[in-house]
Design a protein around this ligand. Structure first.
Ligand code: GUE
Length: 283
């Protein structure tokens, strides 16, 4: 039996139609005002520039405005904090995305945490993470929240299932683990210091690859019938998981590309529309 393909690209496209309609409605009864996403790109890493452009394009497709802030590689923490402060205080901006990674001299955590909670549509602040972990309202971190949305759309059962998250980064593995816990999964978090990684992964009903190394997780570590989520994105269209041998024997999987990536961007714009509706229409 062949596995269910968790089609993030199709789900994102379908959701964009709903978001377009919500934007039109806001435009008609919000005095023409539309939500605005501010994206901040520091430095000239070409891959980061591409991702930020894709985020701006997604805004455009749904009729939402975005403002692109570009800052030079030698930007200081103070300069970036001042820019974030300016965007926090701009009532026309409803969401702020600070593209990760920033150049090494910048205190990225301080800058993430400077983003106002109500504009943290990418879900990167400690406050947002803490609230989400405690089951309080907060925008979810875009990639793990995108994964939760795809699991939900395909009715993948999580309660009581053993989820193994491989990776513990601040904007992927760690919030992913808390979201799965919030959905009543039993969660194991593995990382670079984990011993017997393969043995942990063999226990998983749901595996999330979030290590950032191409095909690091081998197909034969994954049991038959598992749900496989690959949050990796590497040149050549490969993820963190060796997917090809799995498609015949797992229950479901996200393809690379076309799985988690499009849902990450979709979640960012979805949460920006939510934030815009709150600010403009008082919803
Ligand atoms: N503050 C912050 N938030 C992020 O969410 C964030 C970030 N920084 N830094 C970098 C990572 C990476 N990321 C991706 C988004 C979309 C695709 C995506 O749509 N990929 C396409 C393929 C794109 C291609 O063709 O290269 C796909 O998987 O189908 C990939 C990666 C967001 N990130």
């Amino acid at each position: 039996m062949s596995a269910l393909l968790l089609d993030g690209k199709a789900l994102a496209a379908k959701t964009e139609q709903e978001l377009s309609a919500r934007i039109s409605e806001l435009k008609s009864d919000g005095k023409g005002q539309t939500p605005i996403l501010a994206t901040i790109l520091v430095g000239d890493d070409p891959a980061s520039a591409t991702y930020v452009r894709m985020k701006g394009n997604a805004c455009e497709r749904i009729g939402m405005e975005s403002v692109k802030v570009e800052m030079p590689t030698e930007t200081t923490t103070e300069q970036l904090l001042a820019k974030i402060d300016e965007l926090n205080n701009n009532p026309n901006v409803h969401g702020i995305l600070l593209q990760h990674p920033v150049p090494e001299q910048i205190d990225e955590r301080a800058c993430f945490d400077a983003i106002a909670l109500q504009k943290d549509v990418d879900g990167v602040t400690c406050l947002g993470f803490g609230r989400m972990s405690m089951g309080e309202k907060a925008y979810g971190c875009a990639t793990p929240k995108g994964i939760m949305r795809i699991l939900e759309a395909y009715d993948i059962e999580l309660a009581g299932k053993h989820a193994v998250v491989v990776g513990r980064s601040p904007i992927l593995g760690k919030p992913m683990a808390m979201m799965l816990l919030g959905a009543n999964a039993t969660v194991t978090i593995c990382h670079s210091r984990t011993k017997n990684l393969a043995d942990h992964i063999r226990q998983a009903d749901i595996v999330v690859g979030a290590v950032g190394r191409p095909e690091f997780i081998k197909a034969d570590w994954i049991k038959d019938g598992a749900v496989v989520i690959d949050a990796g994105y590497h040149p050549g269209g490969v993820g963190d998981i060796e997917l090809a041998p799995l498609v015949e024997r797992v229950a479901a999987y996200t393809p690379v590309p076309g799985g988690v990536g499009p849902m990450t961007i979709n979640t960012l714009i979805y949460q920006t529309v939510d934030s815009g509706e709150k600010a403009i229409a008082g919803k």
